[in-house]
Write a protein that binds this ligand. Structure first.
Ligand code: ATP
Ligand code: MG
Length: 446
């Protein structure tokens, strides 16, 4: 029988690497808490129409990347339903905002999420079919200040602080404004006009986009079409005064707090719901060279760590109240790859965590007392690996040496006297320690 493997584009995350994942997630929770965000957890699958309406039919995500299935009815009273594994989380958060009438509070909702997303993409370095995102949304009624450029700048400043605190170096922030629902049509019309005489020379994908959704042409990564794209009109020239002032205020607030950015007039991002501010944080640089081989880009062909933007009309597109908002999603997998690559030359090998002690019962009769002693020590907060009375002493020492800083021997004498024999592997020292002083003696060094 052939052995079963994780499905292409998915992978197992194992210790000790998961320590690094936990560290990144803990840093996000800690930093976001300072900005007064709370956590939201939405379902992993939703009604397909949420994404069709929220993300946009003409986007790559909806047109070719979603995992969608017809969920059969289980009873007469049920209808079958088209469901989709979430490819992103903003639509789900806005659905929850509408469903739970969070706008009725009159307050800004500041929500973050951490979880897996699913897209049927071509798997490669930094691109998986199940991947993780850490994201956040600031959304609320206009009276709560949800349209304010200060919110955009605050979110961007938070992201800069997060990446710095995480220890990612050399990141770059690029910004753009894609205008409001009212100035977008003028620009799209100008794009269509400019594309009409040249689109015949573009890739089939871009020919299609030029018809159905010309903005997406700007988002194209097709190098052959670069030269044509460079000649297309720029959205900055089509923004109305309000959108221009909004963008200028975002930039001014970033300047004031010293967050560096560049402006990329072609940054429209791959989702239909964006309005006004759009942004991306990228990281360049190469993995360190090994054995004379040239360095490879840290994130393979992709260099976007995270992306986001403002989505002032999304709630209404989903049948909700007016609820402008801004949010972002970071690729957790790509944060990890970057940290590993940047950790001094070699990929960051998360050091295996050593247990404070390996507890070795010397004989099966001591198994039960050993569990009791382990319980006592664990309740004091110590990390204990419990051995087995069936193991020979030599085997216990071998395992203990791999997993723990100390070995505790629990034989008949130790059990009767309550005085344990402890050997520290770093110093080689063997000591006798009374049971009630053991937890203190085993505390890890600071
Ligand atoms: P890309 O241009 O890299 O495909 P995107 O525009 O599709 O990115 P978003 O939908 O904005 O990306 O998602 C935000 C972030 O999620 C990306 O910047 C990236 O870090 C991460 N991400 C997106 N798709 C994947 C994937 N298939 N595997 C791993 N990370 C991903
Ligand atoms: Mg993509």
């Amino acid at each position: 029988m052939t052995s079963l493997k994780a499905v292409r584009g998915t992978r197992d995350l194992l210790p000790p690497e998961t320590e690094l994942w936990n560290r990144v997630e803990a840093t996000a929770r800690r930093v976001f808490a300072r900005y007064n965000f709370g956590e939201i957890r939405t379902p992993i699958f939703e009604d397909t129409s949420l994404f069709a309406r929220g993300v946009g039919e003409e986007t790559d995500i909806v047109s070719k990347e979603m995992y969608t299935w017809e969920d059969r009815a289980r009873a007469q009273s049920e209808k079958s339903q088209s469901l989709t594994l979430r490819p992103e989380n903003t639509a789900g958060v806005v659905r929850a905002y509408i469903e739970h009438k969070l706008g009725d509070t009159g307050l800004l909702q500041k929500l973050y999420y951490i979880g897996p997303q699913f897209r049927r993409e071509r798997p490669q370095k930094g691109r998986y079919r199940q991947f993780w995102q850490i994201g956040a949304e600031v959304i609320g009624p206009p009276s709560a200040g949800s349209e304010s450029p200060l919110r955009d700048a605050e979110v961007l400043e938070m992201l800069a602080s997060f990446l710095d605190e995480l220890g990612i170096t050399g990141w770059t922030l690029v910004l753009n404004s894609v205008g409001s629902a009212s100035d977008r049509p003028k620009y799209v019309a100008a794009l269509r006009e400019a594309l009409a005489p040249v689109k015949g020379r573009m890739s089939p994908d871009n020919q299609r986009r030029a018809e159905t959704n010309p903005l997406r042409v700007l988002d194209s990564k097709d190098p052959a079409d670069e030269a044509i794209i460079a000649t297309l009109p720029k959205i900055a020239d089509y923004l109305d005064d309000e959108s221009k002032a909004h963008f200028a205020a975002v930039c001014a607030a970033l300047d004031a707090c010293g967050v560096k950015y560049g402006i990329n007039p072609r940054l429209v991002r791959g989702l239909d719901y964006y309005t006004r501010t759009t942004f991306e944080f990228t990281v360049g640089g190469l993995s360190p060279q090994r054995a004379g081989a040239p360095g490879t880009p840290i994130l393979g062909a992709q260099n976007a760590l995270l992306g986001g933007g403002r989505y002032d009309g999304l709630s209404e597109m989903l049948g909700g109240p007016k609820a402008p908002g801004i949010g972002f999603a970071m690729g957790l997998d790509r944060l990890i790859l970057t940290l590993q690559a940047q950790a001094e030359g070699a990929p960051e090998k998360s050091a295996p965590v050593l247990a404070d002690a390996f507890l070795a019962p010397l004989g099966a009769a001591l198994d039960a007392p050993a569990l009791s002693l382990a319980r006592h020590l664990r309740r004091q907060g110590l990390r204990i690996e419990l051995g087995d009375g069936a193991f020979r002493l030599k085997k216990s020492f071998e395992i203990a040496n791999k997993l723990a800083r100390n070995i505790i021997l629990l034989g008949e004498d130790e059990h009767a006297s309550g005085i344990l024999t402890v050997k520290n592997f770093a110093t080689g020292e063997q000591t006798k320690i009374p049971r009630d002083q053991l937890a203190q003696a085993l505390q890890p060094p600071e």
